[in-house]
Ligand binder design. Structure first.
Ligand SMILES: C[S@@+](CC[C@H](N)C(=O)[O-])C[C@H]1O[C@@H](n2cnc3c(N)ncnc32)[C@H](O)[C@@H]1O
Length: 255
């Protein structure tokens, strides 16, 4: 069982955050893409909460995701609003595209689901083939800070109509030598007549600045770092990544 197979709850839990992200993505396209941005790719698109809003803003967005249920949810919403069913089931470590994209984005740590170095590298190689020169890959992830403590627990509540979901996420195990963090995630789901609990655990691969920038990205010749931001998505405040940095959005230029 994966919580990603419950797209209705996922979309509620993460759905309300889309505006700041979409504004930021549009700003990055204007500022960092060398040509006019029209066609986009979202690897690990999930329910397409961002795809849908970007389509509404006049862009064409294709998505890929491993979860059939999430892809189905995504396509149903797109069709309902008169757009193409532009998500498909595919593995972001092994996919091909028919024609290259102007830009791509993968926010909120989905990249860290790739647990092995070879998978992360294969993903970046596929992305290099999928994006045209002068385009960007916007990649958001949490780094493991070398100084200070990483966040270990989060909880938040989201409501839509009579449905209310509380999400709780906590660290079960962290092994920086073996490069994984294991998280437990719980949805507490309330309707007027029911309370249900869904639990899941998953691993994230860990990255320090050096592991990401030098040992992984430094070995992929298709991309270089154009600039970096954090999850406050403020285009006027690029950040300098250092040993304290945790949430980072890398703007990777396709060279
Ligand atoms: C945190 S969700 C992010 C969804 C979406 N990008 C968003 O911002 O709402 C992570 C997604 O990654 C997908 N995923 C995990 N591993 C994948 C892989 N190897 N290839 C494609 N999708 C994958 C999961 O199915 C899930 O939908």
């Amino acid at each position: 069982m994966s919580l990603y197979d419950y797209p209705r709850y996922y979309d509620l839990v993460y759905g309300s955050d889309w505006k700041a992200e979409v504004d930021f993505l549009n700003g990055v396209f204007k500022k960092h893409v060398s040509h006019k941005t029209k066609r986009l790719l979202e690897p690990a698109c999930g329910t397409g909460r961002l795809m849908f809003r970007l389509e509404r803003a006049g862009l064409q967005v294709d998505g890929i995701d491993l979860s059939e249920k999430a892809v189905d949810y995504c396509n149903k919403r797109l069709l309902k609003h008169g757009f193409r069913a532009s998500a498909r089931v595919a593995d972001m470590t092994d996919f091909q595209v028919k024609s290259k994209y102007c830009a791509a984005f993968n926010t909120i740590n989905s990249f860290r689901h790739l647990e092995q170095h070879a998978q992360a590298r294969a993903h970046l190689v596929c992305m290099g083939q999928a994006i045209r020169k002068g385009g960007v890959y916007i990649l958001g992830l949490h780094l493991s800070p070398g100084i200070g403590e990483a966040v270990e627990e989060e909880s938040w509540i989201a409501r839509r109509g009579q449905l209310c979901v509380q999400t709780s996420m906590w660290l079960v195990d962290r092994n920086l030598e073996q490069r994984y963090e294991r998280f437990h995630m719980r949805y507490d789901i309330w309707t007027p007549t029911d309370h249900r609990i869904l639990d899941d655990e998953f691993n994230f691969r860990t990255y320090t600045k050096k592991q990401f920038e030098e040992e992984l990205l430094g070995k992929v010749r298709e991309f270089e770092i154009a600039t970096t931001y954090d999850f406050s998505y403020n285009l006027n405040h690029p950040i300098e990544v250092d040993d304290r940095s945790e949430d980072v959005v890398y703007i990777l230029k396709r060279v």
